[in-house]
Design a binder for this molecule. Structure first.
Ligand code: NAD
Length: 354
């Protein structure tokens, strides 16, 4: 894909992008607004260093598009949006707050046209600070700190793994099933805990070997060297670290029956969904199975705070996946194609009602 800003925007089917240069820190701010059919474009703010401003813009656009389908597949009343703070290097203290202040001012200018939450590189402290500048920060009304989305996301992934096992075996029983959790961080750690409680055999893989060992110990599981993750025999491979781990190089060597994890953009290219299908590996589409954190935040924004109720709603991700797996099977297509159709149906339903 071209790195040229103009052609990037030209080729995109989203609503538009707000671009701002923050000279004080040498950063770029991109707010990508993909679709507002279902409601206010809403999605996290990612802060990281990119090799070019265009790479940051492309990330914002791709992530915003993903949010459109994530909200639509869950039938939630939010649209697809995402922001990226493309920084030249580590940014702390006053300069970091100054950049966040600019983002807040842009959001105020949009007057509710974009809602933000935490994402890779931003912290609950960043969101609490941003909430002092703009009211459009998820779950911070009344000056509170937003909760950690990781455990909610893990809960949804756990329900998704159960749904995938049930689809193959008729029952959502994880006892004795081996699940390789790649990346035992904010999501992978609570997921490993839930899996351990369900009687699954956790295999933890993390580039931080100490962290993998500690999590394995806690869940009565084992570890594997992070480089060996793809070749390790298991029932379920749960990618919970980085994107694009499912690709033309890894699919042929995978020794699992199911891929279901929290990482965003797990497929390197769309064709990888077919590659998995041809190998007989059931794939839980990433934007459906990892929607638990977003869903919980959406519900909390609507005033639902009861943990049991939140948990039950997040676990409904399992039911959505069951329907997606069945539709894919009936169509002879991949679950990705079925999930996409489901999201488009929700968008069309709303568009025709407007
Ligand atoms: P995190 O940074 O807390 O944890 C990631 C873990 O992966 C770390 O322990 C890191 O050491 C490890 N890791 C990094 N590269 C690795 C590699 N190549 N092999 C093995 N381990 C590796 O991140 P997180 O919040 O747990 O998110 C994990 C993934 O899930 C990300 O892709 C994120 O975008 C996605 N996601 C997270 C949430 C959420 O609620 N946090 C929601 C939706 C999607």
């Amino acid at each position: 894909m071209s790195d040229d800003l103009q052609s990037l925007i030209d080729e995109w089917d989203g609503l538009g992008v707000v671009v701002s240069r923050h000279r004080e820190t040498g950063s770029w701010i991109f707010i990508a607004l993909h679709d507002a059919t279902l409601g206010r474009p809403t999605g996290g703010c990612r802060l990281r260093t990119y090799r070019s401003p265009a790479a940051g813009l492309r990330d914002a656009m791709r992530l915003a598009e993903g949010m459109t389908y994530k909200w639509a597949a869950m039938d939630f009343r939010y649209g697809g949006g995402k922001s990226v703070l493309a920084v030249p290097g580590p940014l702390e203290g006053g300069p970091r707050r100054s950049l966040l202040t600019r983002l807040g001012h842009l959001m105020n200018a949009l007057n509710g046209g974009y809602g933000v939450g935490e994402d890779l590189g931003t912290t609950p402290e960043d969101m609490a600070f941003l909430a002092t500048v703009t009211p459009w920060v998820a779950c911070t009304s009344g000056g509170g700190r937003a909760p950690d989305p990781g455990p909610f996301t893990a809960e949804g992934v756990h329900a998704g793994i159960e749904a995938a096992v049930a689809h193959l075996e008729g029952a959502p029983d994880l006892a004795g099933k081996s699940v390789l959790v790649q990346g035992v961080g904010d999501v992978g750690h609570p997921l490993a805990r839930l899996l351990g409680e369900s009687g699954a055999r956790v295999i933890a893989a993390d580039i931080d070997a100490g962290r993998a060992r500690a999590v394995a110990r806690e869940c009565g599981g084992t570890t594997v060297d992070a480089r060996e993750a793809y070749r390790t025999e298991c029932d379920v491979y749960a990618p919970c670290a980085i994107g694009a781990t499912v690709n033309a190089r890894t699919v042929p060597v995978l020794r699992c029956r199911i891929v279901a994890g929290s990482a965003n953009n797990q497929l390197e290219v769309p064709e990888d969904a077919e590659r998995l299908r041809r190998r007989g590996i059931l794939y839980a589409p990433d934007y459906v199975v990892n929607g638990g954190g977003a869903m919980a935040f959406g519900l909390m924004e609507q005033g639902i705070g009861d943990p049991a109720q939140l948990r039950a709603r997040v676990r409904s991700i399992g039911k959505s996946l069951e329907e997606i797996f069945r539709e894919a099977e009936a169509d002879g297509s991949s679950p990705v194609a079925a999930a996409h159709k489901r999201a488009l149906r929700a968008l069309r339903r709303e568009a025709s009602a407007q």
